[in-house]
Design a protein around this ligand. Sequence first.
Ligand code: G6P
Length: 371
Amino acid sequence: SASEKGGWSSFMAKEISEEPEAIAKTLLGRITDGAVHVEELEPLRDSLAEINRIVILGCGTAAYSGMLAKYAIEKWAKIPVDVELSHEFRYRDPILDEKTLVISVSQSGETMDTLMAVKYAVDAGARTLSICNTQGATIPRESDAVMYTHAGPEVAVASTKAFVAQIAAFYLFALHLAAVRDTLTKREISGLLEELQALPDQLATVLEQHDKIKELAGWMVDTSAVLFLGRHAGFPVALEGALKLKELAYIHAEGFAAGELKHGPIALIEPGQPVFVVVPSPRGENSLHPKVVSNIQEIRARGARILAIAEQGDAAVLPYADVVIPIPLASTLFEPLLAVAPLQIFAMELAAAKGLDVDQPRNLAKSVTVE
Ligand code: G6P
């Protein structure tokens, strides 16, 4: 009913509007005196000091949060991480032992592919942690420990607020691990936690651009294919932007790592082809910004229509972009939490403009409980 949707036109619109709160609630009570305190991780206390490898498992949108977790865990806690789709992992004789921590990530906690992969990991003697949004679901029950995301119930089939909450939970976990393993100083950890806590307010300002993004989507109802480019932390964002557009608007969409452009995807560029580009911040010594700007120039020269998500004040992008969606200043790993909402809104509004049911896209289920 309309009241359940809180005045929004769909559950998806309502759930996107709840993203700042989803992040804030996932952090709530878990940060004290500039350090991470997550009681739910107690069952893994000894294991976290001993593990030498992490494997992250999930499907769909959840798996993309795992890609960001890999970047964060390797950077902050210096442990090698592999990210795999649950259904691929289980059927290829993966190597696991008691020094492997397998982290499953699932909004519902009921995805059969992920559940079976977790059972496989348990049988192989690995330690298991579940990142889950649904209290008492099956996957957490099969795991050694669970760290809940507190996004609240997600009704729309396409995952939105659960995704940002998963990233926030993973980052908390990564910073906890960095403390346990002494790979960052207390000061570094408290600084990063402060940035994490600033994200809900920053994201709220991004959501204020909803109407502008809706207008853009309205112009693009006849589009038959959209490409998404991103690099480093922007790459999973590109993948998620493409997934959302496929799921909701039934438009062919692909996400690519920007560096891969010259190895194939650039052949797809023809005049008028819309390309979303997630542009990294120009700040910072090792910024990939110049490389992504040169990708933009290359595809623009071949007629691409550039829709850029870029840091506010990034003047280098302006001459080449047809549309710029600005996001507030954040460190590289935090940018995805600000950059993904515009792509979710774009997919939703394009689907709505085509008269489609954004909460219940054809052929999809909220929770896939069959293999
Ligand atoms: C389905 C949903 C997706 C979701 C995926 C994983 O495909 O339509 O939105 O990302 O399952 O679901 P989970 O509950 O495991 O996060």
